[in-house]
Design a protein around this ligand. Structure first.
Ligand code: ADP
Ligand code: MG
Length: 674
């Protein structure tokens, strides 16, 4: 038997509260109920509605322990109108049963379920009482909790905090009147101790949401201001605008208007003696990489270094190849750093980086691990930054003291998100695709027609096109995903021995992946079978077909990213979404959205509707749910108002700023300020 060791210095209840993040009085009062229990009214058994939580009463007319299908106690409660309720206990003690003798009158509180045998409650709260006994007044809050922290403990903690706090309101009376919200103390009292259940748009909830949005906005704007107060090297165009101009001359294409506008904004930022903090947002295929290359060159022509960070090794390899092709002819020294490199190789490269013998370094997050020191780093580009999460972004920005940073993302950011999660960045948008692209035609096809699709692809390959065949995650498991891709690879190769097949998956070494990708790039491979490792950034303009097996398993953003691997050249491109019949409602909606739109903005907006912003931003990656109560999309009016107030407070050095942040973020401020 294992026994858990208790920390001797803390009372168990306390450590439970700390585990829940309720170490301070403000954290306690901002821990808001999930729902309420209404024990003020007794509902006759006959009127109980499945799904409701309700209080009812009646006489226990029968009780027995059954052993099958599992050990449980089943009781029958009957009220005076003859209504009958089944009560089921799965965990119980003998002492508990002895306190419930048949014949006693019970008050029963719980969630009503409809079962084959009538109404039922599983594990309700049971109390021996008498007919017509007085009920408790008001509603009882039920709090989110973790195992081991009981509701009464939470209620006590909240009540104690209520009594202890200094409630001076951070919003003055005119502001509250303008926003139609109550004082904070009143709002929280209403949510913790209501007489009637507050509706979702109750002014009390609005107050909480407003305050939360305000806190987030304040913290991001302060983080931004703090970074802006740092000194960075000003990277002005040199007198003879050497490298940037040379690359632009050497390119086989001219920048689109949108690319030029983005570059101008970046160029202006770089010339300032404060660090650039810009997000470059552009749909899949809009041509962000070349803009990043120009930013890197601006550093190099000023005698400094630049780094480009990509979220996957595959993408880093591809960027490295592209940067070599673009920059090396200009005499720029480019190197790649990845986690997969041999120790000696890595040491040689890091030494070269530290000595300033490398101008531009391309790699994965391995770039920013310990042991990598730059001699004169001036520009950092983070590609597909949404993959890195908010926390990583902020810590990265904190690391590069005085370094200009450019974040790039193909995930379109609706205005509301830009105003909340990205309030610390300037944003440039590339809202135009390079010319000569033909729109991708998307088809949603059931698996029974898979053979037809294979035949079509074989024909396309015969005509000199290249194709992708993606086998997505079967489960959260690399191994299974790998099997799906390997099986498809073998099957397809046997069916079409005349074609050249390639296979890439996440378990290959970086070098093997790069070798296959390079072969695909040189058209030595016609048909590339892959897992979702090719999701981001891969760029092979001659590829015109993208087939995604089990597309119903993927999210909208992923589907859009994968589809973006084709349609990069002048030829008509196709995307086929294969699905297993028997789609869930949500999966059907996703496939319909992706079929009907190729506009990343539209897709992101629909995605937001289907999933909520936390998921879109990779809440799990950032480690902290950044907003608990507010939803920037739903609460966009509040968000605008919070943004305005935050600006005014910061501009006026309002002392409320720090009071408000202490209340809402407490220790978490360190996270934002890192
Ligand atoms: P993304 O924004 O998705 O990262 P890329 O930077 O990979 O897009 O660019 C997609 C493709 O378009 C690349 O092959 C790139 O060389 C090409 N490209 C970029 N800008 C232009 C342009 N102005 N005209 C023509 N092709 C371009
Ligand atoms: Mg890209």
């Amino acid at each position: 038997m294992t026994r858990r060791l208790a920390k001797p210095s803390r009372k168990p209840a306390e450590s439970g509260l700390v585990r829940l993040g309720l170490g301070t009085p403000w954290q306690c009062v901002l821990h808001l109920p999930l729902r309420y229990e209404d024990e003020s009214r007794v509902t006759p058994i006959g009127d109980l509605t499945p799904g409701d939580h309700a209080l009812t009463e009646g006489r226990l007319v029968h009780g027995e322990v059954r052993l099958r299908p599992r050990r449980q106690w089943i009781g029958k409660v009957r009220d005076e109108q003859g209504g009958e309720l089944t009560v089921r206990l799965i965990h119980f003690s003998n002492a508990q049963l002895q306190a419930l003798p048949v014949g006693s009158w019970l008050r029963v509180y719980g969630e009503v379920r409809g079962s084959l045998f009538g109404r039922e409650m599983i594990h309700p709260r049971l109390r021996v009482s008498e007919p017509g006994a007085a009920t408790r007044a008001g509603l009882t809050a039920v709090y989110p909790t973790v195992a081991g922290v009981a509701q009464p403990t939470l209620r006590r903690a909240v009540a104690a905090a209520f009594a202890k706090l200094d409630w001076a309101d951070t919003l003055d009376e005119p502001t509250r009147r303008r926003l139609h919200v109550p004082p904070l103390r009143e709002a929280l009292a209403r949510l913790h101790y209501p007489q009637t259940v507050p509706s979702a748009d109750d002014p009390a909830w609005q107050r909480v949401r407003f305050d939360e949005l305000l806190a987030q906005r304040l913290s991001l704007r302060l983080a931004r201001r703090q970074r802006a107060s740092r000194v960075a090297v000003s990277l002005a165009p040199p007198a003879a605008d050497r490298l940037v101009a040379a690359l632009r001359r050497a390119l086989p294409f001219a920048l689109t208007g949108a690319q030029q506008r983005a570059w101008q904004a970046i160029e202006t930022d770089l010339a300032r003696p404060q660090p650039m903090q810009r997000l470059l947002q552009g749909d899949v295929g809009s041509g962000k990489t070349i803009v990043a290359a120009l930013a890197c060159l601006r550093a190099v022509e000023n005698g400094r270094q630049a780094a480009l960070m990509a979220p996957t090794e595959l993408l880093a390899e591809q960027h490295l190849a592209k940067f070599r092709q673009w920059l090396e002819p200009l005499g720029v020294r480019v190197a790649g750093l990845s986690g997969g490199q041999k120790k000696a190789e890595r040491e040689r490269l890091t030494a070269a980086v530290a000595a300033g013998e490398v101008d531009v370094v391309v790699g994965t997050h391995a770039l920013f691990q310990k042991g990598v020191d730059f001699r004169a780093l001036a520009v950092v580009v983070v590609d597909e930054q949404h993959r890195f999460g908010v926390a990583q972004r902020l810590s990265l920005a904190g690391k590069g003291e005085g370094v200009h940073s450019l974040m790039m993302s193909a995930t379109p950011i609706p205005r509301t998100l830009a105003m909340s999660y990205y309030a610390d960045l300037d944003v440039s948008v590339i809202d135009e695709l390079p010319p000569g692209r033909s729109p991708i035609e998307t088809r949603v096809i059931g698996n029974p027609r898979r053979d037809e699709v294979i035949a079509k692809l074989a024909q396309a390959c015969g005509d000199g096109h290249q194709v992708y065949w993606v086998c997505p995650l079967v489960e959260e498991s690399d191994v299974l995903q790998l099997k799906a891709a390997t099986d498809a690879f073998e099957e397809l190769r046997q069916r079409h021995p005349e074609l050249r097949f390639g296979l890439v998956h996440g378990r290959m070494t970086a070098i093997d992946k790069a070798t296959v990708m390079a072969a695909f790039q040189r058209h030595e491979v016609d048909w590339l079978v892959a897992t979702t490792v090719i999701e981001v950034g891969v760029d092979v303009p001659n590829a015109t077909w993208m087939v995604i097996e089990h597309s119903e398993r993927l999210g909208l953003a992923q589907l859009h990213q994968l589809r973006g691997r084709v349609g990069r050249g002048p030829r008509q491109s196709y995307c086929v979404l294969l699905f297993e019949p028997g789609l869930s409602e949500n999966a059907r909606k996703r496939l319909e959205i992706i079929r009907n739109s190729t506009d990343g903005f539209e897709i992101a907006r629909r995605d937001l509707e289907l999933r909520g912003p936390g998921e879109l931003l990779g809440k799990s990656q950032s480690g902290q749910p950044l907003l608990r109560f507010a939803d920037p999309d739903r609460d966009h009016v509040l968000l605008e108002q919070a943004a305005q107030l935050a600006e005014a407070w910061i501009a006026g050095d309002n002392p409320a700023v720090s009071v408000h942040l202490d209340r809402w973020l407490g220790e978490r401020q360190a996270f934002w300020r890192s």
